[in-house]
Design a protein around this ligand. Structure first.
Ligand SMILES: NC(=O)c1ccc[n+]([C@@H]2O[C@H](COP(=O)([O-])OP(=O)(O)OC[C@H]3O[C@@H](n4cnc5c(N)ncnc54)[C@H](OP(=O)(O)O)[C@@H]3O)[C@@H](O)[C@H]2O)c1
Length: 241
């Protein structure tokens, strides 16, 4: 399964997405580096090609908030490859920092558009191509902040974050993950919590490297047809919803 696997990672021009592309291409896979800005994506592909990876990396313009862009991306993959084996829904935003009491529906809508509606839009558009794979896999890049259990545990740093937007978007994504897992029994559909990782998302305050932050994503991208589905994991193993 390591040969000729075709994978797409959204939001991959930097951060965890970029590192996921690098690691999957190092397995010998053909990896489509999704980027909403084609120029930023092409620049990242150039950097990664300099890393002499076993597989290949190609840019795929895709803005997860745009039906038109997502449809065009699916058409391009259909024409170029005729199928997709692995979809990593990684693109995500934190959204504006607004106090809980001041947060309105517009702030939620903005974050959900990327973090929740984005993965649904992309998954739905790529389902016909994933159906053609012998071992279709979907990885939803969630967060520990989406876990009701973890955010209620005073011993966890996630319990100190007060926000209506980002945490609820990742909780919604978690439920969407388990619903897809049940509806698509031949697929492996799992959610990954990268852990607190230094990227632009948090002004590089995270304590993990992007390689550590992609451990769970890369592991779930490689699960076999009899592997876990409908699970939620970080780099140390399964975590509570
Ligand atoms: N870093 C952490 O500590 C951490 C922890 C838990 C979960 N996560 C999750 O991990 C994922 C990756 O985050 P990161 O830390 O790598 O953040 P990042 O460095 O800010 O990268 C986010 C990526 O998403 C892209 N993106 C944003 N909106 C998009 C859209 N509408 N369409 C397509 N791409 C879009 C960005 O593209 P542009 O460059 O064009 O903006 C960028 O490539 C996110 O889902 C995040 O919630 C991160």
């Amino acid at each position: 399964m390591s040969e000729n696997t075709i994978a797409l990672v959204t939001g991959a021009n930097k951060g965890l997405g970029r590192e996921t592309v690098r690691r999957l291409a190092a397995l010998g896979w053909t990896v489509l580096l999704g980027s909403r800005d084609a120029g930023r994506g092409a620049a990242t592909v150039d950097e990664l090609q300099g890393a002499e990876l076993a597989g290949t990396v190609e840019v795929l313009p895709i803005d997860v908030t745009s039906d038109e862009s997502v449809q065009a991306a699916a058409k391009e993959v259909e024409e170029r490859y005729g199928r997709l084996d692995v979809l990593v829904n990684n693109a995500g935003i934190t959204g504006p920092r607004v106090e809980v009491r001041e947060t309105g529906a517009d702030a939620l809508r903005e974050v959900f558009e990327t973090n929740v509606f984005g993965p649904v839009r992309v998954t739905r558009a790529f389902l016909p191509l994933l159906e053609r794979s012998a071992a279709p896999r979907i990885v939803m890049v969630s967060s520990g902040l989406g876990s009701l259990t973890i955010t209620a545990d005073p011993a966890r740093i996630e319990s100190q974050i007060l926000s209506l937007t980002y945490p609820s978007s990742k909780s919604a994504l978690n439920m969407i993950t388990t619903q897809y897992a049940k509806a698509l029994p031949r697929f492996r559909v799992n959610a990954a919590d990268p852990g607190y990782t230094a990227t632009d998302l948090n002004g590089h305050s995270g304590h993990q490297t992007v390689t550590e932050g992609t451990d769970a994503i890369v592991e779930l991208a490689q699960v076999g047809p009899d592997g876990p589905t409908g699970t939620y994991r970080d780099r140390a193993g399964e975590i509570p919803w």
